[in-house]
Design a protein around this ligand. Sequence first.
Ligand code: 5AD
Ligand code: SF4
Length: 469
Amino acid sequence: MQISTEKNNLFGEQAVFAQRVRAILATRHNRVPKATVITFGCQQNVSDSEKLKGMLCSMGYEITEDEHSADFIIFNTCAVREHAQDRVYGNIGKVKQLKKDNPLLIAAVCGCMAQQEIVAEKIKKSYPYIDIVFGTQVFHRLPEFIYKRLKGSGRIFERDLPNGDIVEQIPIKRDGTFKGWLPIMYGCNNFCTYCIVPYVRGRERSRDPEEILAEARQMVKDGYKEITLLGQNVNSYGKGCDHGINFSKLLRKICEIEGDFRIRFMTSHPKDCTIELLDTIKDCEKISRHLHLPFQSGSSRILKLMNRYYDREGYLKLIKEARARIPDVSFTSDIIVGFPGETYEDFKETLSLVEEVKFSSLFTFIYSPRNNTPAAAMPDPVTRKEKGKWFDELLRLQEKIAAENIKEYVGKEYKVICDDYGSEEGYLSGHTSSSAVVEFKGDSSLIGNFVNVRVTSCQGGSLKGIIIE
Ligand code: 5AD
Ligand code: SF4
């Protein structure tokens, strides 16, 4: 059951704290105070960090990448795998020296790691120089936390997970000028047995469609050419809400906004990917011809243990339905290698599924046990070394498939978004609606715009093309 959200003004109180912080900072530093935001993890975190930056700017901070010149530093953390967590601990350790160099520095840790009690306790004990620690659902209270600390409060630890209304109207400072994130929902209800997300981000909550549409309209007005809708499972957008707008309807409404722009979305859970959604993609030219559809494992036995609610056959049928409707669609996926109890026979089913679907690219992970998740208590006899070998086998297979896939593009014409400079002098790089990257000669003024390109060759796994009218 989702909690429907009303447009609310929970940020109003925080705006008052922001003004108070601004006034204190004006006397505390005899220059413009600076803040650094260090982000780990997924796009949702990147998007949250854009709001942290927006709030910091509203408090009078200037954002800097240079942590040595920062007066405030915040680590927005990820807990999805152990490796991500270890990296965070390595990073927050350096605050000790930064504080020696700048005694006025305030340091904070937030995000999925900070939401876990065990992590908050560790920071409390072992990292005394971290001033503020707060979880995923109170991050809009950053102005209040900074204000209290500036006024001499003790260290602040706040891990409330209220599962309440979504706080709208948080200021935002987007990193990009033509590609931007737009969160449409938060949290997850799926409880895949390996995953910590539902515990650290709480239950699924959808944003009000009018809030989303207003933000999308503003982004188009501001010149954004690509808007990526974000959620742990965008396909269940609107479930339990009384406005009757599901994900497909939301997409159609966003497509009605006038202007030349493209919509992407992630992540789609295969169990909720409907024919209605596939038809919507087919009908709406503004929606990217690309589906990120994590299948995690090719073995139905393992999928059941993962609590994924689909099997191998169901997944392959969905891919077939999608290709029948949207012939130029490309697929990417997430895969976990070495889930507890997975045998090499199971893993071979993952390999054969990869071979069958021919994904354009894959995000592959070796299983990492997460605190208090059901999978962490399952017997896991295969060694890390063995899992590493399977992982390498999967990578080699995908490299071969990606190199084959990409040849399909040669000789065809595409409308691409020009992203950046290319890898060679005089070249630019862009991506098609299906997310294939192509390089072509052109002037840097094209960056951030749509360009029509004919793909002329495929060299060493990358596409080259020329601009056409
Ligand atoms: N171990 C390894 N990979 C994981 N993922 C989520 N939890 C774990 C875990 N415990 C992967 C899944 C998910 C992606 C975002 O991260 O593949 O789709
Ligand atoms: Fe984690 Fe599964 Fe939710 Fe994705 S759908 S965030 S893998 S629990």
